[in-house]
Design a binder for this molecule. Structure first.
Ligand code: PHE
Length: 347
C-alpha cells in the first residue's frame, strides 16, 4: 500500500472513530486543515520536477477527494444517527391511553351529608352550620340538661380547659343540638313582632365528639340535627317527615319505620326511630337510626319563644350510620382511617 492509500485509510478510520460532529471536525483538520497531512503533502511538491508534479499532484488531489468523500459520508451518518436518536427520544405512542389526572372524590360521609341536605331542603328546611367548640350552656344547660345532672353522661364529651369571652366553660359539642338553640334564638329575634312568627324549619349537620371508641363508635362522628317549630307542629308531622326522608334516602317505598319510647332531656315525649328494610341483607331487622321527640317547653323558652304557643319536634340522626347502611360497610373506623383503597371505591 503506498503512502496515499494509507492516508485515505487512516482518515477513514479517524472519521469513523469520531462520534460527534465536533470530533469529526477535529479529525478533518488533521487531514485537510491548514497544517493537515494533505496540505503538508501539497507543500512537499515544491521540490519536484514539473513532470513529477503532474502525476504526484493528480494523485494527491484524488487522495484529497476521497478523504473529503469519506468525511461527507461520515458527516451524513452522524447527522442521521443524531436525528434517529432524537426521534427515538421524542417517540410518542399515540395508541397509549392518556395519562389520567388523579381525580378526587367526595368522602362517603360527605356524600351522605349532601344527600341529607338535599332531601331536607326539598321539604323546606334551612341548613345551619355552627361551632364545634361549644359552650357547656348551649351543649347541655340550654337543652334542659342542668349542670351535674346524670343525664349529661348520655352525651359525655371532651372538655376544653378554656372559657369563652363570657367566662362560660367550653367543650367539644357532643351533638349538633346546640344549633337548635342558636338558630332559634336568632330566628325569634329576627322575627320579633311578626304575627305569626314564620315557622322554624332547620337541619344542622356537622362533626360531633364523644368519649367513645369501637367498631360502631368513633370519638369524632357526624350528626344531623333537625328542628321544626310552629304553632301547630306535632308528632304526626315528625312521622311524615321521617318516613319521607328515609324512603327517599334509601330509595325504597317498602321501608318500615318504628317509634320506640325513649328519653332525652330536651324532648318530651321522646322516641328512638328504627327502620327496617323489606329486602336485602338487613331485611326485617330493626335498625336504630335517630333520636327524636317533641321539644321540651324549657327548651322552647330558651329559644326565646312562648312554649304555650310554639311547639314542635326535634331529631338527631347519625350520617355515619346511614352511610354504613347505604353502602354495606360494617366498621365505622374505615371512614376515618384515611385509606385511599377504601375511600376510592366511593368516587
Ligand atoms: N341530641 C340527641 C343525641 O345526640 C339526639 C336527639 C336530637 C334526640 C334531637 C332528640 C331530639 O343523642
Amino acid at each position: 500500500m503506498n503512502d496515499l492509500e494509507e492516508l485515505v485509510q487512516a482518515a477513514s478510520a479517524d472519521f469513523a472513530a469520531a462520534l460527534t460532529p465536533a470530533q469529526l471536525e477535529d479529525a478533518k483538520a488533521r487531514y485537510t486543515g491548514k497544517s493537515g497531512r494533505v496540505t503538508e503533502l501539497l507543500k512537499g511538491m515544491a521540490a519536484l520536477t514539473p513532470e513529477e508534479k503532474k502525476t504526484r499532484g493528480a494523485a494527491i488531489n484524488e487522495t484529497k477527494r476521497r478523504i473529503e468523500a469519506a468525511l461527507t459520508e461520515r458527516r451524513e451518518a452522524l447527522a442521521a444517527a443524531q436525528l434517529e436518536a432524537q426521534l427515538r427520544a421524542e417517540a410518542l405512542d399515540v395508541t397509549l391511553p392518556g395519562r389520567q389526572r388523579g381525580v378526587g372524590g367526595l368522602h362517603p360521609v360527605s356524600r351522605t351529608m349532601e344527600r341529607i341536605e338535599q332531601i331536607f331542603a326539598s321539604m323546606g328546611f334551612d341548613v345551619a352550620d355552627g361551632p364545634e367548640i361549644e359552650t357547656d350552656w348551649y351543649s347541655f344547660t340550654a337543652l334542659n340538661n342542668p349542670e351535674n345532672h346524670p343525664a349529661r353522661s348520655m352525651q359525655d364529651t371532651f372538655y376544653v380547659d378554656l372559657n369563652d369571652e363570657a367566662g362560660r366553660p367550653l367543650c367539644l359539642r357532643p351533638h349538633t343540638s346546640p344549633m337548635q338553640v342558636r338558630y332559634s334564638r336568632v330566628h325569634a329575634q329576627r322575627h320579633a313582632g311578626l304575627e305569626p312568627m314564620p315557622e322554624i324549619r332547620v337541619i344542622a349537620p356537622g362533626r360531633t365528639y364523644r368519649v367513645d371508641s369501637d367498631a360502631t363508635h368513633s370519638p369524632m362522628f357526624h350528626q344531623c340535627e333537625g328542628l321544626w317549630i310552629g304553632e301547630n307542629v306535632s308528632f304526626k308531622d315528625l312521622k311524615a317527615v321521617f318516613t319521607d326522608f328515609f324512603r327517599t334516602f334509601f330509595e325504597t317505598d317498602d321501608l318500615q319505620l318504628r317509634f320506640r319510647p325513649s328519653f332525652f332531656p330536651f324532648t318530651e315525649p321522646s322516641a328512638e326511630v328504627d327502620i327496617a328494610f323489606a329486602d336485602g341483607p338487613l331485611k326485617g331487622r330493626w335498625l336504630e337510626v335517630a333520636g327524636s321527640g317533641q321539644v321540651h317547653p324549657n327548651v322552647v323558652r330558651n329559644f326565646g319563644l312562648d312554649p304555650e304557643r310554639y311547639i314542635g319536634f326535634a331529631f338527631g340522626m347519625g350520617p355515619d350510620r346511614l352511610t354504613m347502611l347505604r353502602y354495606g360497610v360494617n366498621d365505622l373506623r374505615l371512614f376515618f382511617d384515611g385509606d385511599l383503597r377504601f375511600l376510592g371505591q366511593f368516587k
